[in-house]
Design a protein around this ligand. Structure first.
Ligand SMILES: [Zn+2]
Length: 272
């Protein structure tokens, strides 16, 4: 819950149940137990329509065609704003975080998968259907490994938390980060390879969008000391005509894992 200044005053966590409608029921109960409120915003991963329907979420098992907004509104008896979680996160980072003051911002969440949020020309962008920013499923290697979306070689197979784990032969990302920090040569090579994949996607997106600021968020953003220098280096190497253009500022998210929730609350204020 946010106060008028945008500060978090009440917060809580619950594990995600399996199945789309179970998630909606859990959300309704949780919102009612947490604190008295008059508007509710919800951020969910996947393709969310402008009406708040979750069409598909490859990383949430069993969550297709879920009427998140309409069902919650019926259960709670008031309007509910629902959007993609990365769209919510960029709203928070843009209004209260590291991207304050920029008119053209790309947010990339490097978590289990990859999510994307866009602010262009000083306005939040959602696309025709609300599906803008599904950047994790850009194909970067057509014959690459199978993705949760059913296709091969998507960017998130290489540049997400799962991607890092794959590059590390199954070791957890946290272990690789700790070992790299301690100077382990093999882990440092894995981080360099991972940084290459992250930068490759960021360069492709920069060619399309020309952002002033790129915000990196999600679980991997908790280790900027390890990831930012090699990503920055690779980004400059891979960017087309990099010596003839100003480069976007690469910044790590300021609001951490809370960005999605804070953005959802901000969304409720403007849409409910
Ligand atoms: Zn995919």
């Amino acid at each position: 819950m946010l106060d008028d200044a945008g500060t978090v005053v009440v917060e809580g966590r619950r594990p995600t149940p399996k199945g789309g409608e179970a998630v909606v029921r859990e959300l309704a109960e949780f919102a009612q137990e947490l604190a008295p409120y008059d508007t509710l915003g919800v951020g969910v991963p996947g393709l969310v329509t402008r009406e708040g329907v979750l069409r598909a979420a490859p990383n949430l098992i069993g969550a297709t065609e879920v009427l998140v907004g309409p069902l919650l509104a019926e259960m709670l008896g008031h309007p509910v704003a629902v959007d993609n979680d990365a769209t919510c996160a960029i709203l928070a980072e843009w209004q209260h975080g590291v991207a304050r003051g920029y008119d053209d911002v790309l947010l990339v969440t490097l978590g289990t998968g990859i999510g994307g949020g866009l602010v262009m020309g000083g306005a939040l962008q959602r696309g025709t259907n609300g599906f803008a920013g599904e950047i994790g499923h850009m194909v970067v290697q057509p014959d690459g490994p199978l993705c949760v979306c059913g296709r091969r070689g998507c960017w998130e197979r290489f540049a997400s938390g799962r991607g890092l784990q794959m590059l590390a032969g199954g070791r957890l990302g946290e272990e690789v980060v700790e070992a790299a920090r301690a100077g382990d040569r093999e882990s440092l090579v894995i981080v360099e390879t991972f940084a290459h994949w992250v930068a490759l996607g960021l360069v492709n997106l920069t060619n399309v969008l020309d952002p002033a600021c790129i915000v990196l968020g999600g679980g991997l953003a908790t280790a900027p000391d390890i990831f930012l220098p090699p990503i920055q280096r690779e980004f400059t190497t891979l960017l087309y005509s990099s010596e003839h253009r100003p480069q976007p500022v690469l910044a790590f998210a300021q609001l951490g894992e809370r960005a999605g929730a804070i953005g959802a609350a901000l969304l409720a204020r403007t849409r409910c």
